[in-house]
Design a protein around this ligand. Structure first.
Ligand code: TRP
Length: 361
């Protein structure tokens, strides 16, 4: 069986380092591993519109931002099809048929949708399009026969629901769709990178993000303002690692070679943590180290972005080509789906023959 990747992001803002450690960095590794036959990375503008219907301009402006972030992280148009969801009407058509296979109560149980409804104060007025976006996401995944969905933990319920739709479809209409697996980050810190304020999740609305496109100075300032251990007042005080954002970021970003380069007094992160816990290690020193690590990681991304920003028509051309390739694949799957459901009347010579014979007899 072919190994196929599909994943994507809503274009509601620039991508931040939470996206990076949660999925982007992994996608680039998977792309370069050469183990995948096809890779599709989707800018989910149609999904973004399900809770931004009144603000299409925001979505429109952020498509290029996400594309720039993708390519500056190393997604390569020679190996990966980057495309725009709304330009593939086949996805809507699939959604329409999958809707018959999902109950309202099942959608109400989707934990990610539940949280999002609360966050957006949608309780009394949920847009139908928003409520049903997990079904649309099942179309995104199955249209490409994706075997692998590299994504964060919050996408688990979506992939679960996709699997249910695949099972239901295949059992009602015959083996047609491919069951996907989610590929989660291997490291706990990457799974759920907190905002710089230590709040659960990095999010634009909380204003606690470090963006991939932030200037070196912005990044440094944000790191210096990071939430640490509020009880670690004197350098000599013992400090806590749990819930200490600076250490969570180090868990997500730092590698042994960073110690050689920037903090040779310590062999690795465990030694640094032990010193902090014992007392005698100040926040500023740890923050400066994190700043060095993060700047090193982000520098090539920033440099590549600067270059790409000088040729926006090229980036749109990449998306146009990626979208054309994605559309072809989705159209093939849709044809199979319609054949399985026997709603391919004009292509069905058997049907026409059988019915003519019925009337001749
Ligand atoms: N729900 C994803 C997000 O919030 C975006 C998305 C849409 C997606 N369709 C997808 C992710 C299919 C993985 C697979 O960013």
């Amino acid at each position: 069986m072919k190994k196929i990747i599909l994943t994507g992001d809503r274009p509601t803002g620039r991508l931040h380092v939470g996206h990076y450690v949660g999925s982007l960095r992994r996608r680039v590794e998977l792309q370069n591993s050469g183990e995948y036959d096809e890779i599709y990375i989707m800018i989910a503008d149609a999904q973004a519109l399900t809770d931004n219907a009144d603000n299409p301009e925001k979505v429109r402006q952020n498509i290029i931002e996400v594309a720039l972030d993708y390519m500056s992280c190393g997604l390569d148009p020679e190996k990966t099809n980057m495309f725009i969801q709304s330009q593939i009407p086949e996805l809507c058509e699939l959604t329409c048929y999958y809707m018959n296979l999902v109950t309202v109560s099942r959608l109400q149980r989707n934990p990610t949708v539940k949280t999002e409804i609360k966050m957006r104060n949608f309780e009394t007025s949920i847009p139908v399009g928003f409520f049903t976006y997990p079904i649309s996401q099942a179309s995104d995944i199955t249209a490409f026969k994706a075997t692998t969905v590299p994504a964060g933990e919050d996408q688990m319920p979506m992939v679960e629901q996709t699997k249910e739709i695949v099972h239901k479809f295949n059992s009602v209409y015959g083996e047609t769709l491919t069951e996907p697996e989610i590929l989660l980050p291997t490291n706990q810190a990457c799974m759920r990178l907190p905002g710089i304020d230590g709040k659960a999740k990095m999010s634009k609305s909380l204003g606690n993000c470090i963006y991939l496109s932030d200037t070196p100075d912005d990044v440094r300032k944000k790191i210096m303002s990071m939430y640490t251990d509020p009880d670690h007042i004197q350098i000599s005080d013992p400090g806590k690692i749990e819930g200490n954002t600076v250490f969570t970021y180090l868990d997500a970003f730092c590698r042994p070679e960073h110690f050689e380069r920037y903090l040779p007094d310590y062999a690795n992160l465990d030694e640094l943590k032990a010193h902090y816990q014992r007392g005698g290690l100040g926040d500023v020193k740890v923050k400066k180290f994190l700043n060095n690590v993060l700047q090193e990681e982000l520098e090539p991304v920033r440099a590549r972005r600067k270059e790409l920003e000088q040729d926006i028509p090229y980036v749109y051309e990449v998306l146009r080509k990626g979208t054309a390739a994605a559309k072809e694949k989705a159209a093939r799957t849709l044809a199979e789906v319609k054949a399985a459901m026997k709603i391919n009347y004009f292509d069905d010579a058997e049907l026409i023959k059988a019915q003519s014979e019925k009337y001749k007899a």
